[in-house]
Design a protein around this ligand. Structure first.
Ligand SMILES: [Zn+2]
Length: 206
């Protein structure tokens, strides 16, 4: 792609680094911004900068939040004895949309994936194990996507907490193998949460 302006080229190259945005789309977006009033670009960039600088991760569940303890963890009507383990904030959003879950979450921040160089120490696993060992948790619900990485992660955590006084379950596999949670519709996802099965039973299918 030949550019008549280095400034334009640089903006397009930056935009094209975003996932799913090719050079052509990046050019279209940048040209769109150029046509809009300058204030719109200022609002756009300041929203991103402010988010990057001020965003926090909840000290209890590691969900993205504007405050130290997120709205879900600080809500007194939620049941802190049931914890749903998810990969990232998109899963929290998907499960919250079902309106079926009244417990708390634990956001791992990814899945164990040796190919991508992600080991257990890079994820929020220790804090989950500590939470369980403290005795305050009655049930752990694994709600990771049913991929090999998801299963590996579930099993890794399960091994560390299986001797604790805690029920471990996994959401029903109404969600097809390999599907990501965030793409499941609310009814399917809500149902798979209600019809969750003991984690040991899911191991027999592995
Ligand atoms: Zn939280």
């Amino acid at each position: 792609m030949e550019f008549s302006s280095k400034l334009l080229e640089r903006a397009v190259n930056e935009m094209a680094q975003l996932p799913g945005i090719g050079k052509r789309t990046a050019l279209r977006l940048v040209l769109h911004l150029l046509k809009q009033p300058k204030e719109q670009t200022e609002q756009f960039t300041s929203a991103l900068l402010k988010m990057r600088e001020e965003i926090k991760f909840c000290k209890k569940c590691h969900n993205i939040s504007d405050v130290e303890i997120c709205d879900i963890c600080s809500n007194p009507s939620r049941d802190g004895s049931v914890i749903c383990v998810v990969e990232d904030i998109r899963d929290v959003m998907a499960l919250e949309n079902t309106g079926m879950f009244k417990g708390l979450y634990h956001v791992l921040g990814g899945k164990i994936s040796p190919i991508d160089g992600v080991g257990p120490s890079q994820l929020n696993i220790n804090s989950l194990v500590e939470k369980v060992k403290s005795g305050a948790v009655k049930e752990i619900i694994f709600a990771l996507s049913s991929t090999m990485e998801g299963d590996t992660t579930n099993f890794y955590i399960y091994k560390q907490i299986k001797d604790c006084e805690v029920i471990t379950s996994t959401i029903a596999r109404g969600i097809a193998i390999g599907d990501e949670l965030e793409y499941a519709d609310e009814v399917t996802l809500g149902r798979s949460l209600i019809h969750r099965i003991p984690f040991e039973n899911s191991l027999k299918n592995m």
